[in-house]
Write a protein that binds this ligand. Structure first.
Ligand SMILES: *Cc1c(COP(=O)(O)O)cnc(C)c1O
Length: 446
């Protein structure tokens, strides 16, 4: 196993000459539809550092989109994966099963909210998990309609494109989309017409009246909600909103699906973001942080719901691949042993004061939000003017990249910086990343 020194090193311009060369090959061989945020080609990685082909060491504030929460090439992940890949690589669980799949499902039953009887099914991607959660909900309830929210992101397959809110780049000219998907207004305190206090008072009522008038509660199989929205802008709904929606679903025989693909597995300071809201979802979808970088996803839910499906109704050739399961077991062990939920809460206390201080200097920072190690700032024109400032966001982003900080943006209006560092990154590395971010912000905004 390689060990990577946990520090930034800049040897060339970013991207360096070898990355530039590889990028020329990329353009000649990879579909232009597959974009790259920062065309720096990675050769090795460890913890919170990415080493590129030119020998630069970049600080990782993105974790490959909230995936490598346990760090890149985490020791327990590498060890388990290497052992598993040498034992066997694939049988297809639906043909001849293996214990690792069961262990992952047992861990999911143990860790997800609620102590009721649970069952899980494993898949390859977050989108696949969300699709299957909807299949399960429709089958169980005998109803068809599914309600998703403004700013939602649930994936790029046909059904999950329909659930996803944002046109560019996810949906543009990719229709027609799956039917019986309805969109409700999101509880978005920063952009609620009367402000955050009105949002807390009104957003649930607006949701209910919207569903009653446009869909009819009796027609709804499931409501799908990210407890903190991811790609849509790290939108934290008003306090109580998630709970009210979940309770309302229960009253109307609707399944509440928490899409915790991005929020799950310690990211927000709890194992799952639903816990903070005191919510026990009927179905919960997980992926990203669960398996330390290998593709694995799950739907976990009430036994009576999950077992209502006929044999063979759920599955897929690769779902719950043994190597991916071994990786997940190594990642979950790391989260438990190193108390990465506690570490996510500590990361919040490192980031928040610095982001608050930055917001005092720059009125373009309109909102600071998030929880644990899932934090964001939303950029606007200035005090009192909430017009999204995507241009400033892009300029700061570019400057961070030049300085060797891998950072991600998001948001319906492209004006949000999201901070998703690996939970194992040291205080020093996080502080250095924040130094770079602050300097980049001052340079671009000043
Ligand atoms: C990333 C994401 C998905 C889609 O996951 P993929 O593995 O990219 O298919 C679904 N839901 C949420 C909340 C996500 O963040």
């Amino acid at each position: 196993m390689t060990t990577v020194a946990q520090q930034r090193v800049l040897r060339t311009a970013i991207p360096g000459p070898l990355s530039v060369e590889l990028h020329q090959r990329k353009l000649a061989t990879v579909s232009a539809g597959v974009g790259t945020g920062l065309p720096v080609y990675v050769e090795r990685a460890g913890g919170g550092i990415l080493v590129d082909v030119d020998g630069n060491q970049l600080i990782d504030f993105g974790s490959g989109i909230a995936v490598t929460s346990v760090g890149n090439a985490a020791p327990r992940v590498v060890e388990r994966v290497q052992a598993q890949v040498a034992d066997f690589t694939h049988t297809c669980f639906m043909v001849t099963p293996y214990e690792e799949y069961l262990e992952v499902c047992e861990a999911l039953a143990d860790l997800t909210p609620g102590d009721h009887e649970k069952r899980s099914a494993l898949f390859n991607s977050g989108a696949e998990a969300v699709e299957n959660a909807v299949k399960i909900a429709r089958h169980y309830t005998g109803r068809q309609a599914v309600v998703a929210f403004d700013h939602a992101y649930h994936g790029r397959t046909n059904l999950t494109m329909a659930l996803t809110a944002k046109n560019m780049p996810y949906k543009h000219r990719f229709g027609p989309f799956a039917g019986e998907v309805y969109r409700a207004p999101m509880s978005y305190p920063f952009r609620w017409p009367g402000g955050p206090a009105d949002c807390a008072k009104e957003s649930f009522d607006v949701f209910v009246s919207h569903v009653h008038s446009q869909v009819g509660a009796d027609n709804v199989a499931a409501v799908v909600l990210e407890p903190i929205q991811g790609e849509g802008g790290f939108i934290v709904p008003a306090p109580g909103f998630v709970r009210q929606v979940a309770d309302w679903c229960a009253e109307h025989g609707i399944l509440f699906i928490a899409d915790e693909v991005q929020t799950g597995f310690c990211r927000t300071g709890d194992w799952f973001a639903s816990e903070h809201e005191g919510v026990v979802p009927d179905l919960i979808t997980t992926a990203k942080g669960m398996a330390g970088g290998l593709p694995l996803a799950a739907v976990t839910g009430r036994a009576e719901v999950m077992d209502a499906i006929h044999g063979g109704g759920l599955g897929g050739t690769y779902g719950g691949n043994p190597v991916a399961c071994a990786s997940a077991l190594g990642a979950i062990e790391t989260m438990r042993e190193e108390d990465l939920c506690g570490r996510a809460r500590a990361i919040e206390t490192i980031f928040l004061p610095r982001l608050q201080a930055l917001a005092e200097r720059f009125p373009q920072i309109g909102d600071i939000r998030g929880r644990g190690a899932m934090l964001a700032i939303e950029l606007v024109r200035g005090a009192g003017d909430l017009t999204p400032d995507a241009a400033l966001t892009a300029a700061v982003n570019k400057e961070c990249h030049t300085q060797g900080l891998v950072i991600l943006t998001c948001g319906t209006y492209g004006n949000v910086f999201r901070f998703l560092p690996p939970l194992v990154a040291s205080d020093d590395l996080l502080a250095e990343g924040l130094d770079i971010f602050e300097a980049a912000f001052a340079k671009a905004a000043g």
